[in-house]
Design a protein around this ligand. Structure first.
Ligand SMILES: C[S@@+](CC[C@H](N)C(=O)[O-])C[C@H]1O[C@@H](n2cnc3c(N)ncnc32)[C@H](O)[C@@H]1O
Length: 216
């Protein structure tokens, strides 16, 4: 971790960090206001999170990341940009979603370039399997979006199949979606493009008609 990331972590985590606790989080209290909320999982160094949060000041962004230097890096950006609509949980997102995120509380979930675990024997470690996707879908309000991007073709196909099979979700595109303008290019993406990988965006939204029977 760089000294600047360390300083940002020390200075801002006490106010902008939310400690993991196995109880549902009061998001209005955490952000100090009532606003639409977006969860970003595995934000890496936080370039995308900060860039999107900056362009959407009326929405709140909850970033979950396990990697401490990444958390320091995002907090550094948040401090430099003076953003007030970002909070961070430094913990495993699977546990955070299960324990802390209330049903139908999010207008969006973003997962950009999840670890691809390219070796076949490691595929089971991939984040976006059917069970976790179902949990995420339950956290969305009707019409809320789940936006995933990846530059690993076989993972992209797998995610497309998983999201397509989730009854709470509907695809907003026929297959992969065009890259939405709001998603800036990240380091991981630039590296993927350099390696000749194509980048796939997947944008699904929560169906309206499934709220009461499946919420919770
Ligand atoms: C390949 S990086 C992509 C980072 C960033 N989204 C980007 O596009 O540059 C994947 C990130 O997900 C984080 N991650 C992986 N599994 C996670 C989990 N279960 N909970 C939270 N973060 C996770 C990793 O620490 C890593 O920073």
């Amino acid at each position: 971790m760089s000294p600047a990331q360390h300083r940002a972590l020390d200075a801002l985590l006490p106010t902008l960090g939310i400690p993991f606790a196995p109880v549902p989080i009061d998001l209005d209290r955490a952000f100090g206001r009532r606003a639409p909320r977006v969860l970003e999982i595995g934000f890496g160094m936080g370039e995308t999170t900060a860039a999107i949060a900056r362009t959407r000041p009326d929405d709140d962004f909850l970033g979950v990341e396990v990697h401490a230097p990444g958390v320091g890096s995002l907090l550094k950006r948040v401090g430099e940009l003076g953003l007030t609509n970002v909070r961070v949980i430094r913990h495993d997102a699977v546990e955070v979603v299960a324990a802390m995120i209330p049903p139908a509380s999010l207008v969006g979930v973003q997962v950009f370039f999840p670890d691809p675990w390219p070796k076949k024997r490691h595929h089971k470690r991939r984040l976006l399997g059917p069970a976790f996707v179902h949990e995420l879908a339950q956290r969305l309000v009707p019409g809320g979006y789940l936006h995933v991007a990846t530059d690993w073709e076989d993972y992209a196909q797998e995610i497309l199949a998983v999201l397509g099979a989730e009854p709470l979700l509907a695809n907003t595109a026929a297959g992969f979606a065009p890259r939405p303008d709001y998603r800036p290019l990240t380091k991981f993406e630039a590296r993927g493009l350099k390696l000749g990988h194509s980048v796939r965006d997947l944008v699904f939204c929560r169906r309206d008609d499934t709220v009461t029977e499946n919420a919770g």
